[in-house]
Design a protein around this ligand. Structure first.
Ligand code: ZN
Length: 70
C-alpha cells in the first residue's frame, strides 16, 4: 500500500519502521522525516495486518511487539 507522507516521501506503508510511541501506541515512522503515522484512518484489522507486515520487513527495528531502549 503506497502512502504519501506530508514531507513528500512516497513509500510502501509496510516499508516504514514500526515503532511504539510514549503511550505504547503502535505507529509507522517515515524514514525521511520521522513522522509517525498511527494508521487511525484504516479499519483496525487492516491496520494490524500492515503493522505485522512492517514488523516482518524491519527485523532490526524495535518493532511493535515490544519496546526497547534506543
Ligand atoms: Zn515523511
Amino acid at each position: 500500500m503506497k502512502e504519501v507522507c506530508f514531507c513528500g516521501s512516497v513509500d510502501d506503508l509496510e516499508n516504514r519502521e514500526p515503532v511504539l510511541d510514549r503511550d505504547g501506541e503502535q505507529a509507522l515512522q517515515c524514514s525521511s522525516c520521522g513522522h509517525l503515522d498511527y494508521l487511525s484512518w484504516l479499519p483496525n484489522d487492516i491496520r494490524l495486518l500492515i503493522l505485522a507486515e512492517a514488523d516482518e520487513r524491519n527485523p532490526g527495528s524495535a518493532g511493535y511487539a515490544g519496546e526497547r531502549a534506543a
